[in-house]
Ligand binder design. Structure first.
Ligand SMILES: [Cu+2]
Length: 158
C-alpha cells in the first residue's frame, strides 16, 4: 500500500541522491573514490598534458596509485612538480603516489599530476577521454577525464 509516508520516504531518498557530493564523474573502486578527474585543453602543437583529480581513501589501509594509462597518449606517467631553487621541474614519481588511510590526495597543477606524453590527438575543451588508474590494493579503475579550458587552474564543476 502506498501511503503518504512511503511517498515522503521516496522523495527524501531522491533528494539525498541529488544532493550527494559524488556525481557520475566520480568513480569508486574498493575504498578508493576518484573525484572530478580533469585535464586542460591542449593548445597549439602541445604534445603533452596533465591530468588532475582528488583521490580519497575511505579505508584505514594506506593505498598507492602505482600506474596510469590513457590510450590517447603514447606514454602516461606519474609526475610531481617541484621547485629546484627558482626553477620549476617535473619529476617522475617512481614509487607511486601514496594515499594515506582515511585521507585524500589532490593531484593539481604545481603538485602531483598524471602526465600524458605524445598526445595522439589534441585535448579539446568539453571533451572526455578514458584513463585507467592502477592502485596497489584496489586494482585498476577506468575514469572519464573531462577536458577544461586551456590554463584552467581548477576544475569548475557544474
Ligand atoms: Cu608532468
Amino acid at each position: 500500500m502506498i501511503t503518504i509516508r512511503t511517498i515522503l520516504a521516496a522523495l527524501a531518498a531522491l533528494f539525498l541522491l541529488a544532493a550527494a557530493p559524488t556525481s557520475a564523474h566520480d568513480v569508486k573502486a574498493g575504498d578508493i573514490t576518484v573525484i572530478h578527474p580533469w585535464a586542460r585543453a591542449s593548445s597549439g602543437m602541445a604534445r603533452s598534458g596533465g591530468v588532475f583529480m582528488t583521490i580519497a581513501n575511505d579505508g584505514s589501509r594506506a593505498e598507492r596509485l602505482t600506474a596510469a594509462h590513457a590510450d590517447i597518449a603514447a606514454k602516461t606517467m606519474l609526475h610531481k612538480t617541484v621547485m629546484d631553487g627558482n626553477v620549476m621541474k617535473m619529476m617522475h614519481v617512481k614509487d607511486g603516489i601514496a594515499i594515506p588511510g582515511e585521507d585524500s590526495v589532490e593531484l593539481k597543477p604545481g603538485s602531483y599530476h598524471i602526465m600524458l606524453m605524445g598526445l595522439k590527438a589534441p585535448l579539446k575543451e568539453g571533451g572526455t577521454f578514458p584513463l585507467t588508474l592502477t592502485f596497489e590494493h584496489a586494482g585498476s579503475v577506468t575514469v572519464e577525464v573531462k577536458v577544461m579550458k586551456p590554463g584552467a587552474k581548477t576544475m569548475k564543476h557544474d
